[in-house]
Design a protein around this ligand. Structure first.
Ligand SMILES: Cc1cc2nc3c(=O)[nH]c(=O)nc-3n(C[C@H](O)[C@H](O)[C@H](O)COP(=O)(O)O)c2cc1C
Length: 366
C-alpha cells in the first residue's frame, strides 16, 4: 500500500508553487532516500513486482524508469529503485553550469493532469555532476539499477559549436552512466530543437561516436521532439541510424497546447514552455509507431509522454517501446503510480497470452 498521496500529500504540496513542491520532494528523497533505512521504508511502500526485459544487452527488472528532468542534479539516485523504478535518467546536464530561466517556470494544470515547464536546463554543469557521482561511487552508494544520463547543449554555446559541447559532456560523464540520451528536443533552450536537422545532427553524432570509440561500448540514444512533422522525424531517424544510434527516446515535451477545459488550465496553457502529461500521450505514441515501423523494430525505443496507467503504458509498449518512462504522473499520483503500472502491464501480458514483455513490444504492427 502506498502512502496516501492523492488524498493527503498532493493536496498539501498543491499549496506550494510547482517548483517548490518538486524541490521539497527531491530534498526529502536526497536526505531520507539515500540512507538504508529510508530506502527500506520507501521500498516497503512502493516496491514493484518483477516483469523483466533485456534491452541494450542489459537486464531491466521491468520496463518502467524515471524520466529526465525530475532529478536534474543527480541527487537522489538511490531512492529511484526504492520508489519502484527499474532504471532512471538523471539530468539534463550541460557542459557548463547554468541557472535556467527566471522563476516561476513550472506550472500544473490539475484538471488535465498536465505540466507546463520552461526550466531551461538548469543544472550545476558536467564537472560538478561528475564530482558528485564520483563521491557516490567511492562511498558505495551507487544504485543497483541501470542509470542513464541526459545531455543537453549549454545555453551559451551556439548550435554551430554544439558537437563539441555534447561530446565534452559525454566524455566527462562516460564512467557515470550505463547509457546516454542526447537531448536535442527540449523546447526551452532557444534553437536547441534545430539540432534535429541533418547537418547539425550528423556532426553531433559523429563527435559523440568519436568519444565512444575511445572507450568501452555504451549505448547512445537520441531524444526526439513530438512537434516536428513525421517527414522531418524520418529524416532525423535516417541520419541517426547512419551514425549507428543505439536507440530513440520518444518524446520530449510539446509546445502544442490542447483546448483547456477550465479557467485554471487556460491560464497554465498560456504560459510559455513545454507541455507534458496526459495530453501528450497520443502524439508520443504516434512517434513511437513511426520509429518502430521505419526501423522495422530493430532499434530499441523508449516511450515517454503521458504514461499514467497500465493502459497508457501497455499501449506505448505494443506501439513499439521496449522501455518506458514517466515524470508528470509521478507529480499527480505520487510514487504508487510505478507499482500500479508494473502490476497492470504484467496482468495485461498474461491476459493477452505473451510469455514475456518483449514479445508484446510493437505487437500492434504484427
Ligand atoms: C519540469 C520538467 C523538466 C524536464 N527536464 C528535461 C530535461 O532536462 N531533459 C529532457 O530530455 N527532458 C526533460 N523533461 C521531459 C521529460 O523527460 C519527458 O520527456 C516529458 O515530461 C514527457 O513525459 P511525462 O508526460 O511522463 O511527463 C522535463 C519535463 C519536465 C516536466
Amino acid at each position: 500500500m502506498g502512502l496516501p498521496y492523492r488524498t493527503l500529500i498532493f493536496p498539501l504540496l498543491r499549496g506550494f508553487s510547482s517548483e517548490k513542491s518538486h524541490k521539497m520532494s527531491i530534498n526529502l528523497l536526497t536526505k531520507f532516500g539515500q540512507k538504508n533505512i529510508g530506502q527500506k521504508i520507501l521500498n516497503s511502500a512502493y516496491a514493484a513486482s518483477p516483469e523483466p526485459i533485456d534491452v541494450f544487452n542489459t537486464s531491466f527488472q521491468h520496463p518502467l524508469g524515471l524520466a529526465a528532468g525530475f532529478d536534474k542534479g543527480a541527487d537522489a539516485l538511490s531512492s529511484w529503485p526504492a520508489l519502484g523504478f527499474s532504471w532512471g535518467e538523471y539530468g539534463g546536464i550541460t557542459r557548463f553550469p547554468q541557472e535556467g530561466n527566471p522563476k516561476p517556470r513550472m506550472f500544473r494544470a490539475n484538471k488535465e493532469n498536465a505540466l507546463v515547464n520552461r526550466m531551461g536546463l538548469n543544472n550545476p554543469g558536467a564537472l560538478a555532476i561528475k564530482d558528485k557521482l564520483l563521491a557516490r561511487k567511492l562511498s558505495n552508494n551507487w544504485p543497483n539499477i541501470p542509470i542513464a544520463a541526459n545531455i543537453g547543449r549549454s545555453s551559451k554555446v551556439s548550435n554551430t559549436d554544439s558537437p563539441n559541447d555534447y561530446s565534452e559532456t559525454l566524455k566527462i560523464l562516460w564512467d557515470y552512466a550505463d547509457f546516454f540520451v542526447l537531448n536535442v528536443s527540449s523546447p526551452n533552450t532557444p534553437n536547441l530543437r534545430d539540432l534535429q536537422g541533418e547537418t547539425y545532427l550528423n556532426s553531433i553524432l559523429k563527435e559523440c561516436n568519436h568519444i565512444r570509440h575511445m572507450n568501452e561500448h555504451k549505448p547512445i540514444l537520441l531524444k526526439l521532439s513530438p512537434d516536428r512533422t513525421n517527414d522531418q522525424i524520418l529524416d532525423s531517424l535516417n541520419v541517426a541510424t547512419r551514425n549507428h544510434i543505439d536507440g530513440f527516446v520518444a518524446t520530449n515535451t510539446t509546445v502544442v497546447k490542447p483546448n483547456p477545459t477550465n479557467a485554471q488550465s487556460r491560464r497554465i496553457f498560456s504560459e510559455e514552455g513545454g507541455l507534458s502529461g496526459r495530453p501528450l500521450h497520443n502524439r508520443s505514441k504516434e512517434v513511437i509507431e513511426l520509429i518502430f515501423n521505419h526501423t522495422h523494430g530493430k532499434i530499441p525505443i523508449i516511450g515517454v509522454g503521458g504514461i499514467e496507467s497500465p493502459e497508457t503504458a501497455w499501449s506505448s509498449i505494443t506501439s513499439g517501446a521496449s522501455l518506458i518512462q514517466l515524470y508528470s504522473s509521478l507529480v499527480f499520483q505520487g510514487p504508487s503510480v510505478v507499482s500500479t503500472i508494473v502490476k497492470g502491464i504484467k496482468e495485461k501480458r498474461i491476459e493477452e497470452g505473451f510469455s514475456s514483455i518483449s514479445e508484446a513490444v510493437g505487437y500492434k504492427h504484427k
